[in-house]
Structure formats: C-alpha cells, structure tokens
Design a protein around this ligand. Structure first.
Ligand code: BG6
Length: 485
C-alpha cells in the first residue's frame, strides 16, 4: 500500500489523539504574587467593591502615583495572587493528582528583571523558575510557556510608555531570549504574547499610561506593530537556540456573527472579524500585512511607522501553531456597533454567567473549523473556563456542576471538530485553581477545579480544596476523553 494511501486512511479521527495534551492554564500576574519581584502595571489594577464589574486596566499617571504613594487606600489582589510563588509544589502535586500532562504558565518579566531594563538579572527570580521547571519535569508534565501575559514592569510603562517605544521591544526580546536559553531543555512550546488581538482593548497590555498620549487608535496600532515585531524577533532568537521549539500565535476568540441576516450586518461581521481577529493571525502565519488592513488604516487615518527590515523579519519568522482562548461569543449589527473589538451585542439564544459572558460550545466548534480551513495549522485551547461566585459549604465541598457542564460541552465541541478533520493537540482549562480575575481584580470570579480559600481582600486560610469538577476532569483525562463520548 502506498504511503499516501496509508496516510489517507489515517486522516479521519474518531477520538482524541493518544498523545493529546490535557492541561490547565494560569498566569504569573494572577497567581504568583509580588514577593521577590518588581512591580508591574497589573499590580496596580485594584479591586473596587463598589464597582466590581468594571474591567480594570487603563490608569492615568496621576492614578498610578496616587496608588504608589497611598497603597493603604486601595486593595491590590494581584500583589497577593494565590501565593503560587510560595505554594507551587503543593499546587503542582494537586494538579498531577488531577492527571494533567500539560501546564500553561507565564513567566513574570519583573521577576527576572524587576524594572524591565536592569543591567543584571534577578538571581532570586531565576532560582524560582529553575525550581518550578524542575518540579514540572519531575512530574512528567509538558509546559507551554507564555513569555508575556500583560504584566509590563511599571518602570517601563512610566519611563518609555511600554511597547510604544521600540526600546521596549529590545528589552522584551532580551528577557525572552534569556528565558528560552535557560529553559531550553525543559520547554518546547512557547507563546510569545498572550492574546495579541486584545492589545487594542486596554492600554495596560501595552504598558501605556493613559493620559500621556493622543490619537489613541493610531498609537494602539503602532503598539500592535511593535508587539508583532517583538514576537517575530523572539521566534528568530528561539529557533537559533533550538530548532525544535514550537511557537504559537495566540488570540482571544472574538469572532462575531451577524445579529441578523441583513446583508449589511453580514458584511459588517466579516469586516470586523478581519480587523479584530484575522489581522493578527494572518500576519503571524502569512508574514504580511493583509490588504484589507492597509485599506482600513488608510480609511481611518492610521499611519504606522515601519522601519527597515520590519517586513522581512515578519515574513521570515512565522508561527507554528494557533493558541486560542475561548470563553463566549457575541453578535454584531452594522447600525449598533463599531469596529472596536468587544463592541457587540449578547446573543439572545445563549445564557450567560453573572458577568454577562455567554456560553456557546457550538461557537467553539464553528471557530475551530474556520481557523483550520484558513491556516491548516495545529490548534490548541490556551484558555477555556467558567467564572462563578462560589463558597465552601459546611463540609468544605463545592459541587460545581455548571463548570462540569461548561467544560464537558466545550470538550465535546472540540471532539466534534477533531472528527471533522481539525488538528487539535492540546486543551488548557482556565483555571487550575481559583485566582485573581484579570479583568476585575477580584477573587470572587472563580474558575478553578480547586477552590482557594481567600477572599477579595486576600483574607482566608489560603487552603486548597478539590471541587467536584476536579474529580470529573480527572476521569476525562484518565480515559483520554472517552468518558465524554
Ligand atoms: C483571558 C486572560 O483573557 O481571560 C486571562 O488571558 C483571564 O488572564 C481570562 O484571567 C478570564 O478573564 P477574567 O477577567 O475573568 O479573569
């Protein structure tokens, strides 16, 4: 039998592949806490009990200075995290007990270089990650490492306005190259930037101070360009360190559907998907600014400053796989919405969690088919999960059937996509343990398979308790997903 015929027969998969990576994902800024590292912009995103639903992010210089001078007037949950820095051994053991064979984590830039531009590296930071990676290896877990999860060292924000200054690209690449070199024997999968398409939602992921800039839209696109250049430089440096490294483009799924079948709504949804989603992955897989983007910039008076060598760099350093964080999905109307990412309408056919995040597993199936058709690159879920308010009962248990149902339905959607021919190699649930919310800086929005006894103010025993979903996910992993069928 010819090789091609053999391969042809092997193409249709009925189940999750045998080497599927079953995992969980967390970020340094939400889990580790500030001990032993420098301060970041994210640390200053406070929890405000009078306004819990507001997504934190864009701070003015005055707000930053006020927070630095009078920290006693604020609550800063990200400075505490869930004490992963102190408790990572215990936490990893629990996760191993749950059965994970893959763990997505991020490295804190400010732990390696407390100010971002220090002349020397922080030995304490290296010691922490050395131990962490040793522990992960000992437990036979495959790490997937995000090199920047929106935690810009504060000094770089105040001094350079973050990624707006090309100097910060060099500093980011220096940090990332150090990490790749140091952990090359431990890590194969890298994600240079978390959710690059969300760069335009808030300024914090760029490390930009709100009131120091004008023509915000122009500036955000310039920052996006710099991030893309930084990621391409990281890929270039990484492939020199190890040719087997795999690099992922990572997007938060914001693909929208038209609110109605009115042709204007349909065309608007297509255009919006181009500029809020595909622009980033088209560029990172095809290595070129797409034509539709050039038209968009012209129409909107956006003038990005490119430098010599930028286009060659992008062309020569494309990504290997696509990592998606998928939580919810929405619809848009030409009349009611703008092109801004996140400006959408809730889908009336879907239910939502208390934060208005709709639940749509079929949307995941649908978007995986679209990404696969467009790029034919392996896909992974970098984040997927369900935030809910929860409290321990009198026997210290949590029966989180809503989370079990959410994850089950999304895994079934992934299986359906695999059966439909999509190459999916990993699933990382957000999150292993409850941790501080990125958007609202509260502990109350809990996603974990493991409950962390800690409130919005950092009070509590900090003890960990397995939820019902812990045992449920354990079974899914043990059976390589057969328990879902
Ligand atoms: C993703 C981020 O966009 O959303 C995570 O990468 C974040 O860091 C997750 O935690 C959920 O958002 P939130 O605001 O509920 O924590």
């Amino acid at each position: 039998m010819s090789d091609l015929l053999e391969a042809y027969k092997d193409r249709l998969k009925d189940h999750f592949p045998n080497d599927f990576l079953w995992g969980v994902a967390l970020s340094a800024k939400q889990a580790e806490g500030i001990q032993g590292r420098g301060i970041t912009v994210a640390d200053l995103q406070d929890y405000n009990p009078n306004d819990t639903t507001k997504v934190k992010g864009d701070l003015t210089k005055k707000e930053i200075l006020e927070r630095l001078e009078h920290p006693e007037n604020y609550v800063f949950p990200k400075k505490i995290g869930i004490e992963f820095y102190q408790r990572y051994c215990e936490d990893l053991k629990l996760l191993k007990e749950m059965g994970i064979n893959c763990f997505r984590l991020s490295i804190s830039w400010a732990r390696m270089y407390p100010n971002g531009d220090d002349a020397t590296i922080n030995e304490e930071g290296i010691a922490f990650y050395d131990q962490l990676f040793k522990e992960i290896k000992q437990l036979d877990i495959t790490p997937i490492v995000t090199l920047y999860h929106d935690d810009m060292p504060l000094h770089l924000a105040l001094t350079y306005n973050g990624f707006i200054d090309r100097k910060v690209i060099d500093l980011y690449v220096r940090f990332a190259t150090f990490v790749m070199e140091r952990y090359k024997d431990y890590v194969q999968y890298w994600i240079p930037l978390n959710q690059i398409n969300l760069t335009r939602v808030g300024l914090s992921s760029l490390g930009v101070i709100k009131d120091t800039v004008q023509h915000l839209d122009q500036l955000k696109w310039q920052g996006v360009h710099h991030k893309l250049i930084g990621a391409a430089q990281v890929v270039k440096a990484g492939r020199k360190i190890c040719k087997d490294f795999k690099f992922g483009s990572m997007l938060a799924d914001f693909l929208v559907n038209p609110e109605t079948c009115k042709p204007e709504d349909v065309a608007f949804a297509t255009e919006k998907n181009q500029m809020t989603m595909y622009f980033f992955s088209d560029l990172q897989f095809r290595g070129m600014y797409p034509n539709y983007a050039l038209r968009f910039f012209k129409q909107n008076n956006i003038h990005i400053q490119f430098e010599d060598g930028d286009f060659e760099l992008l062309k020569e350093n494309c990504m290997d796989y696509l990592a998606i964080s998928y939580y919810n999905s929405n619809v848009v109307s030409k009349e009611k919405n703008t092109m801004a990412i996140g400006d959408s309408i809730m889908n009336p056919y879907l239910e939502a969690n208390p934060w208005g995040w709709t639940v749509n597993p079929l949307g995941l199936y649908n978007c995986f088919l679209q990404y696969w058709d467009r790029y034919q690159k392996p896909l992974m879920i970098a984040e997927n999960g369900f935030g809910q308010i929860e409290a321990l009962d009198e026997v210290y248990e949590i029966y989180d059937d809503y989370r079990i149902n959410y994850v089950k339905d999304h895994l079934q959607a992934i299986l359906k996509a695999i059966q439909h021919g999509v190459d999916v190699f990993a699933y990382c649930a957000w999150s292993p343990l409850d941790m501080v919310s990125s958007g609202t800086s509260e502990m109350a929005k809990r996603y974990g398979f493991i409950y962390v006894d800690q409130d919005n103010y950092g009070n509590g025993s900090h003890k960990r308790y397995r939820k019902a979903s812990f045992y449920w996910y354990q079974k899914v992993i043990q059976t390589n997903g057969k328990s879902l069928e």
